[in-house]
Design a binder for this molecule. Structure first.
Ligand code: NAD
Ligand code: UGA
Length: 470
C-alpha cells in the first residue's frame, strides 16, 4: 500500500505506448531492474503488438529495440490495457501521449490539441491512490503543468473522499527516431523541471543509474516545458536555413555540401543538422513550431511568431520546388510515365511516415498523372495508403508499393531518392540503368548518388543544392 510520502519509487506506469513511451520505458526498465514498469495504452491493438511473440511485429521499428524488449519484457517491463489498475499501483506516472496540432476550433492549425493529455490527467486523478508523482513526458505548451495540476486538484476535493496528493514534474524527451535507443542510453542531457525538490530527486535517482550527474539539469517547470519546444524549433531552423541555401547554390553553380562543410567547421556554428534535403518531416518539428507560433501570438509577440513561421514556409516551399523540378525536367509532362520513389519514411531507420516530405511530393506527382512505384524497406502498403489520404489515390491503379528495388525501378523513367536509407548508398547503377526506360533520370535529394558514376552509365542527374547538376 502506498504511503502519503514517497521515499522510493517501486512502480511506474507510463500512459502512451508510442514512439516515446515504448522505447523510453524499455531503456528505463533495462537500467532499473528493481523497478516494475507498466506501459498502458487506449489502443488494445498496440498493446497486443508490444506483447507479440514475434519481435518483428512490435508496433514500431527502432534499431536495438527488439533486443531490449526481449531482455526485460514480462520481467520488470509490462505492456497492459488495464489502465486503472496500472495507475492505482504506480508511485510515478509518465504521461507520454500524443499532442497533435488542433484541426478545428480556436487555434486550429497551430495550437496543440491537449485532449489526450487532459484525459490522461483525469485517469490519474480518478485511479491513483495516495501520493503520485506525475511526469510530463509529452511535448507540451508552456504552462500545461498548470492545467494538469488544476485537474488533479479538482479530484482531490471532489473525488471519492480518499486522500490523494500529487507532484508534477516536466521531463521532456529529446530522442530522435531511428537513433532512439542510443539517444536514450547516451543522452546529451536529461531535463527535469519541478517545484518539489524531493520529487525531482526521486526522478533524478532513476536516471542516475546510467546518466552522469552533470548531464542532469534541473529547472523550474516552465523553463523545462519551454526548452523542449525551443530545442525542436532551433533544430528545424537550421534545416530550413540550409535548405534555403540549397536553392541559392543551384542557381549560382555552388555546391551546398561544400558550403555546409565550410560553415560547420566553425565551432560556433557546428556541423550537425546542416544536411540539406527534401524538407524536414516527422511528427514533431512542424507541430512544435506551430505551437510556438501560437503561444507567441497569444502573448502578443507577433514579430517573434512571424520569425518562426518562416521556418515552416521554407520547409513547405522546399518540398514543392522538388516536385516542380521533377515535372520540368521530364518535359513538363508526367502522364504515362513511371516514377520510382526511393524511401517513404521521413528519415532512415524508422517506419514512421508522419509529415514525411514523400507524402506531399508523391501527391504532387500523382496530380501530374504519373504512375508511382514506391520502395521503402520498412513502410507497409497500409501506411502509404493512409498517408496519400485521397480516395482517388488510395486505388492501386495509380501507385504500387514494391517489395524490392528492382521491381520499383523496372521500366521507370525516373528515380527520386527521398529517404537517406543506408541501402541506397551503394546502388548498382549500371544494372539499374539497364532496366529503366530512356532517357533515365535520377533526382537525388539526399546526396546519396555519385553523379560522375551515374553520368558515366548514361543517366541524367539532378542533385539538390548542387549547381553543377541542375
Ligand atoms: P504516438 O502517437 O506514437 O504515441 C502516443 C500513444 O498515446 C498512442 O499509442 C495513443 O493511443 C496513446 N494514448 C493517447 N491518449 C491516451 C490515453 N488517454 N490513455 C492511454 N493511452 C493514450 O506519439 P509519440 O511519437 O510517442 O509522441 C508522444 C509525445 O512525445 C508527443 O508529445 C511528442 O511531441 C513527444 N515526442 C515525440 C518524439 C518522437 O520522436 N516521436 C520525441 C520526443 C518527444
Ligand atoms: C527530432 C529531434 O531531433 C529530437 O531531438 C526530438 O526529440 C524529436 O524531434 C521530437 O521531439 O519528436 P526526429 O524528428 O525523430 O527528432 O528526427 P530528426 O533526426 O530530428 O529529423 C527530423 C527531420 O529533419 C527528418 O526528416 C530528417 O531527414 C530531417 N533532417 C535532419 C534534415 O533534412 N537535415 C538534417 O541535417 C537533419
Amino acid at each position: 500500500m502506498k504511503t502519503q510520502k514517497i521515499t522510493q519509487i517501486f512502480n511506474i506506469c507510463c500512459i502512451g505506448a508510442g514512439y516515446v513511451g515504448g522505447p523510453t520505458m524499455a531503456v528505463l526498465a533495462d537500467y532499473n531492474p528493481e523497478l516494475r514498469i507498466t506501459v498502458v495504452d487506449i489502443s488494445k491493438e498496440k498493446i497486443d503488438l508490444w506483447n507479440s511473440e514475434d519481435l518483428n511485429d512490435l508496433p514500431i521499428y527502432e534499431p536495438g529495440l527488439k533486443e531490449i524488449v526481449l531482455k526485460n519484457r514480462n520481467i520488470n517491463l509490462f505492456f497492459s490495457s488495464n489502465i486503472p489498475s496500472s495507475i492505482e499501483k504506480a508511485d510515478m506516472v509518465f504521461i507520454s501521449v500524443n499532442t497533435p496540432t488542433k484541426k478545428k476550433g480556436f487555434g486550429a492549425g497551430f495550437a496543440s490539441d491537449l485532449k489526450y493529455v487532459e484525459s490522461s490527467a483525469r485517469q490519474v486523478a480518478k485511479f491513483s491512490k495516495g501520493h503520485t508523482i506525475v511526469v510530463e513526458k509529452s511535448t507540451l505548451p508552456v504552462k500545461t503543468a498548470q492545467t494538469i495540476k488544476s485537474i488533479l486538484e479538482a479530484y482531490k476535493v471532489k473525488g471519492d473522499g480518499e486522500k490523494k496528493s500529487f507532484d508534477i514534474l516536466s521531463n521532456p524527451e529529446f530522442l530522435a527516431e531511428g537513433t532512439a535507443i542510443n539517444d536514450l542510453k547516451k543522452p546529451d542531457r536529461v531535463l527535469i523541471g519541478g517545484e518539489n525538490e524531493d520529487a525531482i530527486n526521486l526522478l533524478k535517482k532513476i536516471y542516475l543509474n546510467w546518466v552522469d550527474e552533470n548531464k542532469i539539469l534541473t529547472t523550474d517547470l516552465w523553463s523545462s516545458e519551454l526548452s523542449k519546444l525551443i530545442s525542436n524549433a532551433f533544430l528545424a531552423q537550421r534545416i530550413s536555413s540550409i535548405n534555403s541555401i540549397s536553392a541559392l547554390c543551384e542557381v549560382t553553380q555552388a555546391n551546398v555540401h561544400n558550403v555546409s562543410k565550410a560553415i560547420g567547421m566553425d565551432h560556433r556554428i557546428g556541423s550537425e543538422f546542416l544536411n540539406p534535403g527534401p524538407g524536414f518531416g516527422g511528427s514533431c518539428f512542424k507541430k512544435d513550431i506551430s505551437n510556438l507560433i501560437y503561444i507567441c501570438n497569444h502573448y502578443g509577440l507577433h514579430e517573434v511568431a512571424s520569425y518562426w513561421e518562416k521556418v515552416i514556409v521554407i520547409n513547405n516551399w522546399q518540398q514543392k520546388r522538388i516536385s516542380r523540378v521533377i515535372v520540368e525536367k521530364l518535359f513538363g509532362n508526367l502522364s504515362e510515365k513511371k516514377i520510382a520513389i526511393l524511401g517513404f519514411a521521413f528519415k532512415s531507420n524508422t517506419n514512421d511516415t508522419r509529415e514525411s516530405p514523400a507524402i506531399s511530393i508523391c501527391r504532387d506527382l500523382l496530380e501530374e498523372g504519373c504512375y508511382l512505384s514506391i520502395y521503402d524497406p520498412k513502410v507497409n502498403t497500409k501506411q502509404i495508403k493512409s498517408e496519400l489520404n485521397n480516395e482517388q489515390y488510395k486505388k492501386d491503379i495509380f501507385w504500387e508499393n514494391c517489395s524490392n528495388l528492382e521491381d520499383a525501378l523496372f521500366n521507370a523513367d525516373a528515380m527520386v531518392v527521398l529517404t537517406d536509407w543506408c541501402e541506397f548508398n551503394n546502388l548498382d547503377l549500371k544494372k539499374i540503368f539497364e532496366i529503366m526506360r530512356y532517357p533515365s533520370w535520377i533526382f537525388d535529394t539526399r546526396n546519396i548518388i555519385d553523379p560522375y558514376l551515374a553520368e558515366s552509365f548514361g543517366f541524367n542527374i539532378w542533385k539538390l543544392g548542387n549547381g553543377f547538376y541542375n
